[in-house]
Write a new protein. Structure first.
Length: 258
């Protein structure tokens, strides 16, 4: 069994693969205060909840955008699983040429998503990850990573309204039925959700324009926790793939296991 771990700013997503099949997946909150033992015990308990013995895990691969948590995961893997994990970073074969001015600046999750999306859907394509931040990653028809854009995530925007204003409440992030809100809460939901749908479609339009291609010549794939909220409303998102990052970790593991 292959254990894949994606450490994000808000959540840590875990998956178990048997061959190419994702058989289990879990999502836990990212907690920068937890020790390696706390995370190690949590991981083993999660596995045992599905009657998986930690000794059944044969390999582990990890991507992370949270440095202080990333530092403790190799220790966890060796102590609780007896495995030295593959960690996405310099020296790991991804099979994707990174055409960034400084390739080391690109977040591990963005590369993993790009690898998975190109493998599954081909190029050219845009991958939109709606997590703590919203990232747009552009892959050309050769499978080369061209770069992209980064915007604050939907929850960041909602939290900012609550924290930086005196009278606006904390809200549930859902799309209201009408654009014209009749209450403060619905007005905020409308502005945030519809505003982000507009942001996403505008950035996609400008990427297509800059590439000099037509809308029909590019695929647009969405992933991440808020992808379900906007996919049906976007004019451009053609595919939602919630497990894209986990698939990318499996693909990169297979390219490095020899």
């Amino acid at each position: 069994m292959l254990l894949v771990i994606d450490v994000g700013n808000t959540n840590i997503v875990l998956g178990i693969f048997k061959g190419k099949e994702l058989v289990y997946d879990w999502r836990i909150s990212t907690d920068r205060e937890k020790t390696s033992d706390e995370y190690g015990l949590m991981l083993t308990q999660i596995l045992k909840s599905q009657e998986i013995n930690p000794k059944e895990i044969s390999n582990i691969i990890i991507s992370s955008v949270v440095p202080n948590i990333m530092d403790i995961f190799p220790e966890i893997c060796e102590k609780y699983f007896g495995i030295e994990p593959i960690i996405i970073g310099p020296g790991v074969k991804t099979g994707m040429n990174i055409l960034y001015d400084n390739p080391k600046e690109v977040g591990a999750d963005r590369i993993v998503n790009g690898v998975a999306a190109f493998e599954k859907y081909g190029g050219p394509l845009i991958v939109i990850d709606l997590g703590t931040a919203i990232t747009f990653d552009v892959i050309n028809e050769k499978g080369e990573y061209l770069g992209g854009a980064i915007a604050p995530g939907i929850k960041i925007a909602a939290d900012a309204l609550f924290q930086r204003t005196s009278k606006l409440p904390k809200i549930e992030i859902i799309k209201p039925e009408k654009i014209i809100g009749k209450t403060t809460v619905v007005s905020m939901q409308s502005g945030i959700v519809n505003g982000y749908i507009g942001l996403i479609d505008h950035i996609v339009e400008k990427i297509i324009e800059e590439l000099g291609i037509t809308r029909d010549e590019i695929k647009v794939v969405a992933t991440g926790g808020f992808s379900k909220l906007v996919t049906k409303e976007s004019k451009y998102i053609g595919q939602r793939d919630e497990m894209l990052t986990l698939d990318g970790l499996r693909i990169i593991y297979e390219r490095n296991k020899c």
